[in-house]
Ligand binder design. Structure first.
Ligand code: RTP
Ligand code: MG
Length: 141
């Protein structure tokens, strides 16, 4: 399996619940290393740009308003099969449908306030990492 990088965001609901460390433990216990991280209050423009792929969807405004409702924790993760691994650790978008033991099953309240974001492909991971980090920020190890 290839070593990959992916972009993870701990969303405002999980930051407000003070479970950043518990979520980092899921990454670290499953072979994903944090190679860059920053806490950030997204501007509306940043959130709209990040989720631009969804701009025609009916939930776009709610999604953007939620993502700017409080600070987020943004991190680049590195490890074997990191994109799919992170998506497996996150669980389904709707926490009611997420497998037991996943981050969303354990920490998310609803499909809107669903605790985490993770890149959905290797191609998008590169785009999303570059959205938040300079190449020099990525401390591969
Ligand atoms: P994310 O991008 O945040 O990692 O989530 P995802 O891939 O699991 O889901 P995606 O389809 O990319 O949707 C992005 C976010 O929009 C909200 N959403 N709401 N009401 C709805 O039907 C609906 N569908 C999606 C979710 O908060 C989702 O995380
Ligand atoms: Mg997505």
């Amino acid at each position: 399996m290839a070593i990959e990088r992916t972009l993870s965001i701990i969303k405002p609901d999980a930051v407000a619940k003070n479970v950043i460390g518990k979520i980092y433990d899921r990454f670290e216990s499953n072979g994903l290393k944090v190679i860059a991280a920053r806490m950030k209050q997204l501007t509306r423009a940043e959130a709209e740009g990040f989720y631009a792929v969804h701009k025609e969807r009916p939930f776009f405004n709610d999604l953007v308003n939620f993502m700017i409702s409080g600070p987020v924790m943004v991190q680049a993760l590195e490890g074997e099969n990191a994109v799919l691994k992170n998506r497996e650790l996150m669980g389904a978008t709707d926490p009611k449908k997420a497998d037991a033991g996943t981050i969303r099953a354990d920490f998310a309240d609803s499909i809107d306030a669903n605790a985490v974001h993770g890149s959905d492909s290797l191609e998008n991971a590169a785009i999303e990492i570059a959205y938040f980090f300079e190449a020099a920020d990525l401390c591969s190890r």
